[in-house]
Design a binder for this molecule. Structure first.
Ligand SMILES: O=C(O)CCC(=O)C(=O)O
Ligand SMILES: [Fe+2]
Length: 295
C-alpha cells in the first residue's frame, strides 16, 4: 500500500477553486497521487495546475487515470488523439462556450470532469469562470429547494449544437449522426454528488430545455431563474489563463463560462473529457429520480 500523498493546495475562494502546486501532469501519476487529486477535486470543484507541459498524449494519459474518456460527437479533435477536443476560436470561428453550462449533459452518464489545457492565448481576455452549483443550490430558500428536489428535466444536444452552425460547411452527415446517437435525456434537476452526497443544481443553459413535471410557461420561468442564479458572483471564480495552465473540474456539480472578449485574436484550448456515472436525485417520498431516456 502506497503512503497517502499530501498535496500543496492554495484555495482561491470559499465556493470553489484551488491551485495545486508541485504536480507534473506530463509524468505518470502514481495511484496515491490520483487518489489525492480525486479528493481535492471533490473538495474544491476546480483545480488549477500551473507551468505544465502536457502534450495531447500525456493529457489523455493523465485524464484516463480518472475514468473512461468521452469522444465528442461534434467538436474537432487532435489528429490521432480523438479523446482530445480542440477548441480553436477566433473571428473566423466564433467562440461558442460563452454561456453557463455543464459539459455533455446530453448523455445518460455525463462527464465526471474534464482537463483543459491552454495552448494559445490572446494578449488579454479569454478567461474562464466556474460556478459551484452546490453553493447555488444551498443559497435557495427551503420551499424552492423542496420543489426542485422532486423535478426532472430534458437535456438536448441540439440546444448548444444547433443545425445552423454545426451542420454547415459539409458537416451535415456528422451532425445528423450526432443527433441520432444522442437523443434527448432526462436528468434530475437536483443531483446528489456520488462521492460527497452533497446536493447541487443539475440544470444548465447549455443543454436543459424543459422541466418535465411543469407546464411550458412554468418551466421557462423557473429555468430562467436558475440559469441566472448559478451565475451569481458569490458562487463563482474566474481564472486568468497563462500559457502552461491546466484546469481540472468536477463536472458533476459545477458550471463554467468561457469569456468571449478577445476577438479578433485567436485562442486554442485542448480538452480531455472523463465520463462519469448516471446522475441520481435526492430521495423524495421514498423515491430517488435517476436519469433516463425520453420515452
Ligand atoms: O475554452 C474554455 O475556457 C472552456 C470551454 C469549455 O466550455 C470547455 O472546455 O468545456
Ligand atoms: Fe464546457
Amino acid at each position: 500500500m502506497n503512503a497517502p500523498v499530501s498535496l500543496a493546495i492554495r484555495p482561491l475562494a470559499p465556493a470553489l477553486g484551488a491551485i495545486v502546486d508541485g504536480v507534473d501532469l506530463a509524468r505518470p501519476l502514481t495511484p496515491a497521487l490520483v487518489e489525492a487529486l480525486k479528493a481535492a477535486l471533490v473538495t474544491h470543484h476546480v483545480l488549477f495546475f500551473e507551468q505544465q507541459s502536457v502534450t495531447p498524449a500525456t493529457q489523455r494519459a493523465a485524464a484516463a487515470l480518472f475514468g473512461d474518456l468521452h469522444i465528442h460527437p461534434i467538436y474537432p479533435h487532435v489528429e490521432d488523439v480523438p479523446e482530445i477536443i480542440v477548441l480553436d476560436t477566433s473571428a473566423d470561428n466564433l467562440p461558442d462556450n460563452d454561456n453557463w453550462h455543464t459539459d455533455v449533459t446530453f448523455i445518460q452518464n455525463p462527464p465526471l470532469g474534464a482537463l483543459l489545457a491552454a495552448k494559445q492565448l490572446p494578449p488579454s481576455g479569454g478567461d474562464t469562470s466556474w460556478s459551484s452549483t452546490i453553493a447555488a443550490y444551498e443559497a435557495l430558500s427551503l420551499p424552492l429547494r423542496t420543489l426542485l428536489d422532486g423535478l426532472t428535466a430534458v437535456h438536448d444536444i441540439q440546444k448548444s449544437f444547433p443545425f445552423e452552425r454545426w451542420a454547415a460547411g459539409g458537416n451535415e452527415d456528422r451532425w445528423q449522426e450526432a443527433r441520432r446517437k444522442n437523443p434527448p435525456v432526462i436528468h434530475p434537476v437536483v443531483r446528489v454528488h456520488p462521492v460527497t452526497g452533497r446536493k447541487g443544481l443539475f440544470v444548465n443553459e447549455g443543454f436543459t430545455t424543459r422541466i418535465v413535471e411543469l407546464s411550458a410557461t412554468e418551466s421557462d420561468a423557473l429555468l430562467r431563474l436558475l440559469f441566472a442564479h448559478v451565475a451569481k458572483p458569490e458562487f463563482t471564480i474566474r481564472w486568468r489563463w497563462k500559457e502552461g495552465d491546466v484546469a481540472f473540474w468536477d463536472n458533476r456539480l459545477t458550471q463554467h463560462y468561457a469569456l468571449a472578449d478577445y476577438l479578433p485574436h485567436r485562442r486554442i484550448m485542448h480538452r480531455a473529457t472523463i465520463l462519469g456515472d448516471r446522475p441520481v436525485g435526492p430521495e423524495v417520498d421514498g423515491i430517488s429520480r435517476s436519469s433516463r431516456t425520453v420515452a
